[in-house]
Ligand binder design. Structure first.
Ligand code: SF4
Length: 188
């Protein structure tokens, strides 16, 4: 019998490739927990894109509450950090902690996250948080790097083929502002 794995999904487009990779070895369920995505309209947009994908492939899914205040409290004092700076590990831990809690409460053997497929995220930061939480909760953590072997490129092709929109900033209001400011800077 396959082990039960709860997969944290940060967005629909990245989930397709990761799910395909893992489904041969695990009995999967998806877990959408991303209160880092702001504003709420963008969170809802990304969630509904995932709902479409999950229904198409009949994935069992859990949609966690949008704990925006909890997330802002967690990253307080780190607002000025750049993407990949000190705010991101706190953000990963916040979401992964809820993943581990749900996995332990519902009898999953292990967890993983689609987060590492993004070329703009640090796999080391993600896996460091995952390993620490695995110790704390006694649930296995698959410390993967899904961007390896053209993982991101493949996921792009798969989401384009399905007509799923891909977002152009990481998620939080700070990353959105950072992206907009970078675009405004004159080319050198
Ligand atoms: S940039 Fe992305 S990973 Fe970092 S804190 Fe913001 S939403 Fe989280």
């Amino acid at each position: 019998m396959k082990k039960k794995l709860l997969l944290h999904i940060c967005c629909g487009p990245c989930s397709i490739h990761v799910w395909r990779k893992l489904q041969a070895d695990f009995d999967l369920a998806g877990f959408y927990c991303n209160p880092n995505i702001q504003p709420l309209a963008e969170y809802e947009f990304r969630r509904l894109e995932l709902v479409k994908i999950a229904e198409k492939f009949t994935w069992p899914m859990v949609y966690a509450p949008y704990d925006l205040h909890g997330w802002f409290a967690a990253v307080r004092g780190l607002e000025r950090e750049p993407e990949r700076g000190a705010r991101c590990p706190v953000c990963f831990r916040f979401r992964l902690e809820k993943l581990f809690q749900h996995a332990r409460e519902h009898g999953f053997d292990a967890v993983a996250s689609t987060l590492s497929i993004s070329p703009s995220k640090s796999t080391a930061q993600i896996n460091e948080q995952g390993r620490a939480l695995a110790e704390k909760y006694g649930v296995g953590f698959l410390a993967e790097n899904f961007k390896k072997q053209d993982g991101f490129l493949i996921s792009r092709r798969e989401s384009d083929a399905l007509g799923v929109r891909r977002q152009d900033y990481c998620g939080c209001a700070f990353s959105k502002a950072e992206r907009l400011l970078r675009r405004r800077q004159p080319a050198r």
